[in-house]
Design a protein around this ligand. Structure first.
Ligand code: HEC
Ligand code: HEC
Ligand code: HEC
Ligand code: HEC
Ligand code: HEC
Length: 457
C-alpha cells in the first residue's frame, strides 16, 4: 500500500472511532435513566398544573414542568472529602438528589427513580450531600453503569449490601447500634453470634478464641484468598442444587456459605490423603444447620443473614471520629448467684461453640471418637466433642477448674481412625483468658447442669 492509501484508510478509521465513541456516550445507560426521570417529574408537575384551579398556580406549575423536561443531562457526583469517596449514584437515582428534588420525596415506585425510604431519618441525620451513598450501601461510587456501580463485577470487592444488609453500615459508625432504630437486624446478628458461641473459636479484634481466624476484619477479606474451588461448592441458602453463581462470589456469600451450608461440604480438605502426603481434616467449623434441642435448625436462614449483616460491619477501614457515634461499653451485669454468673461466663467465652447451647450437644470433631462409628473411612465425621451435661458429673469442682484451665491439645485427643487426620478441634487452655473467680463460678454452673448420674444400686 502506498502512503496515500494508508493515510486515507487511517483517517477513515479515526473518524469511525470518533463516531463510535460519540454514539456510545450519547446512548450511555445513565442518560436514559436521567432523561426518564426528568420526563416523569415533568409529567407529574404538568398533572398538578392541569388540576390547579388558580390560574397563577397553573402557569407556575406549567413553567416548572417545562423547565424540568429541559434540564440538561449531566453526571452528578457527591464528593465526601472526610470519608474519601466520590459517589455518582445520583446520576441515575435522581430522586435522591436534593438539588433536583428538594423535598427528597416523590410518588415513583421504581428504582432508580423513587425517593429514598425513611428519608427523614436517613437524609435527615446523614445529609446525603455530606455522607454520599457508598458509606452505607457500598458499591462503586465512580461507576456510571448499573452493573459496575452496584459492584457485582470482577475485581470490585465491595458490591452493594442488599436489602436489610445495609444495616451493617449502621454498626460501623454507631457504637450504640444495639439500641438504634433501623439497625435491628445488625443487633440481632451480634446477639446470635455470641449466643451460639462463635467467639469460642473466633476472636473479634483479638478478643475471643484462638482456634480459628479473627473475624474483626472479615468484611475486608480479599476474595483472592478464597479458592474458587470452595466458592463453587456453596449452595444458596443451603438449597440442594442451587449453586452460587460466579457473579455472587462475594464476602457476604462466603460468610453465608459457612452458616447455611454444612461447612464441611464447602471446605472438605483431604481426610483420606488422596492429594497430600498427610491427611488433612475438613474444616472444624460446626454445622449450624443441624437441629437444636427443639428440633429446628440451630440457625435459620434469617439468623444466618442477621449474623452476616453484623459481620459485614467488621472492617479495618478507618472512619473519621466526627462520623462515629460513641458509646461507653456496658458494665458487666451483677449476678445473684454463682450459678447465674457461671452461666454468663459460659456464654461470654463461647463454650457453646464446641459443646452446644447450654452444653447440651457436643459438636462434630472430625475423627474424634463418637457414637455409631464402624467404617474408618466414612464414619470419621461422626466424631464428637463431649456433651458437657453428660460428662461433667464425673468431675469434682477442682478437677473441672483444672481441666478448663489446662485444656487438651489436639495431639492428646483419641482418634477413631488412627491413620486419619488429627482432629481439627481441641480444648483450648483457658487459664490466661478466664479470671479465677469466673472459673470458679463456671465450674459451679457446669455441675448444676450435670445430668443426674445413674449410679445403679
Ligand atoms: C446507571 C444507573 C445507576 C447508577 C449509577 C446506580 N444505580 Fe442503583 N439502581 C439502578 C437501577 C436501574 C436500579 C433498579 C434495578 C436493579 O436493582 O438493578 C437500581 C437499584 C438500586 C438499589 C436497590 C437494589 C435492590 O436490591 O433492591 C440500591 C440500594 C441502589 N440502586 C443503590 C445504588 C448506589 C449506592 C449507587 C452508587 C454506588 C447506585 N445505585 C448507582 C441504577 C443505577
Ligand atoms: C445513612 C445510611 C444511608 C445513606 C447515606 C444512604 N442510604 Fe440508601 N438506604 C439506606 C437504608 C437503611 C435503606 C433501606 C434498606 C432496606 O430496608 O431495604 C436504603 C435504601 C435505598 C434504596 C432502595 C430503595 C427501595 O426501596 O428500593 C436505594 C435505591 C438507595 N437507598 C439509594 C441511596 C443513594 C443513591 C444514596 C446516596 C444519595 C443513599 N441511598 C444514601 C441507608 C442509606
Ligand atoms: C458514616 C457513619 C454513619 C453511618 C454509616 C450511619 N450513621 Fe447514623 N449517624 C451518624 C452520626 C455522626 C450521627 C449524628 C449523631 C449526633 O448528631 O449526635 C448519626 C445520627 C443518626 C440518628 C439520629 C440520632 C440517634 O442516634 O438516634 C439515627 C436514628 C441514625 N443515625 C440511624 C442510622 C442508621 C439506621 C444507619 C444505618 C442504616 C446509620 N445511622 C448509619 C453516623 C452514621
Ligand atoms: C474449640 C472447641 C472448644 C471450646 C471453645 C471449648 N471446648 Fe471444652 N473441649 C473441647 C474438646 C475437643 C474436648 C475433648 C478433649 C478430649 O477429648 O479429652 C473438650 C473437653 C472439655 C471438658 C472435659 C470433658 C471430658 O469429659 O473430658 C470440659 C469440662 C470442657 N471441655 C469445658 C469447656 C468450657 C467450660 C469451655 C468454655 C470456657 C470449653 N470447654 C470450650 C473443645 C472445646
Ligand atoms: C468449633 C469452632 C468454630 C466455631 C464455634 C465457629 N467457627 Fe467459624 N470457622 C471455624 C474454622 C476452623 C474456620 C476456618 C474454616 C476454613 O476456612 O477452613 C471457620 C471459618 C469461618 C468463617 C470464614 C472466615 C474466613 O476468613 O474465611 C466465618 C465467616 C465463620 N467461620 C463464621 C462463624 C460464625 C458466625 C460462627 C458462629 C455461628 C462460627 N464461625 C463458629 C471454626 C469455628
Amino acid at each position: 500500500m502506498s502512503y496515500k492509501t494508508w493515510f486515507v484508510a487511517l483517517n477513515v478509521a479515526l473518524v469511525g472511532a470518533f463516531a463510535w465513541a460519540y454514539a456510545r456516550d450519547y446512548n450511555a445507560q445513565w442518560k436514559t435513566y436521567q432523561r426518564n426521570y426528568y420526563n416523569m417529574a415533568a409529567d407529574a408537575l404538568q398533572k398538578q398544573s392541569d388540576a390547579a384551579s388558580n390560574p397563577d398556580d397553573k402557569a407556575k406549575l406549567h413553567k416548572e414542568a417545562v423547565a424540568m423536561r429541559e434540564t440538561p443531562l449531566e453526571i452528578k457526583q457527591i464528593i465526601t472529602k472526610d470519608l474519601g469517596r466520590v459517589d455518582r449514584c445520583t446520576t441515575c437515582h435522581v430522586g435522591m438528589d436534593e438539588y433536583v428534588n428538594p423535598t427528597m420525596t416523590n410518588d415513583f415506585t421504581q428504582n432508580p427513580y423513587k425517593s429514598h425510604p425513611d428519608v427523614a431519618a436517613m437524609n435527615g441525620n446523614h445529609n446525603f450531600q455530606k455522607y454520599g451513598c457508598t458509606v452505607c450501601h457500598l458499591g462503586q461510587g465512580l461507576a456510571t453503569t448499573v452493573k459496575d456501580a452496584h459492584g457485582f463485577v470482577h475485581n470490585w470487592e465491595q458490591p452493594l449490601l442488599q436489602g436489610k444488609m445495609v444495616e451493617a453500615s449502621c454498626a460501623r459508625c454507631h457504637q450504640d447500634f444495639e439500641h438504634l432504630k433501623g439497625a435491628e437486624v445488625a443487633a440481632e446478628g451480634k446477639k446470635l453470634f455470641y449466643e451460639h458461641g462463635c467467639q469460642g473459636c473466633h476472636s473479634i479484634k483479638g478478643v475471643g478464641g484462638v482456634v480459628s481466624v479473627d473475624l474483626g476484619d472479615i468484611a475486608d477479606k480479599p476474595l483472592e484468598r478464597i479458592a474458587g474451588y470452595n466458592f463453587s461448592r456453596i449452595l444458596v441458602d443451603g438449597q440442594p442444587g442451587h449453586y452460587l453463581p460466579e457473579s455472587q462470589w462475594t464476602v457476604v456469600n462466603w460468610i453465608l456459605g459457612h452458616l447455611t451450608n454444612d461447612p464441611m461440604n464447602v471446605i472438605p480438605n483431604d481426610p483420606l490423603a488422596k492429594f497430600n502426603k498427610e491427611p488433612v481434616a475438613p474444616t472444624g467449623m460446626p454445622n449450624f444447620t443441624e437441629p437444636d434441642a427443639t428440633g429446628k435448625r440451630e440457625l435459620s436462614v434469617d439468623d444466618a443473614h442477621a449474623i452476616a449483616t453484623w459481620l459485614m460491619s467488621q472492617t479495618d477501614e478507618p472512619i473519621p471520629y466526627q462520623y462515629i457515634v460513641f458509646q461507653k461499653p456496658a458494665p458487666e451485669p451483677h449476678f445473684t448467684s454463682a450459678v447465674a454468673h457461671g452461666k454468663f461466663v459460659f456464654e461470654k467465652y463461647g463454650c457453646a461453640g464446641c459443646h452446644g447451647l447450654h452444653g447440651t450437644k457436643g459438636r462434630r470433631n472430625f475423627n474424634a471418637l463418637g457414637p455409631g462409628q464402624v467404617n474408618p473411612e466414612t464414619d470419621m465425621d461422626k466424631g464428637r466433642e463431649p456433651t458437657l451435661v453428660d460428662v461433667v458429673g464425673t468431675f469434682t469442682h477442682d478437677e473441672l477448674v483444672a481441666k478448663i484451665s489446662n485444656g487438651v491439645p489436639a495431639s492428646a485427643i483419641s482418634r477413631f481412625n488412627p491413620n486419619g487426620p488429627v482432629t481439627p478441634l481441641y480444648m483450648p487452655a483457658w487459664k490466661d483468658k478466664i479470671k479465677p473467680n469466673e472459673l470458679n463460678d463456671l465450674a459451679t454452673y457446669l455441675l448444676s447442669i450435670a445430668k443426674q448420674q445413674n449410679v445403679g444400686f
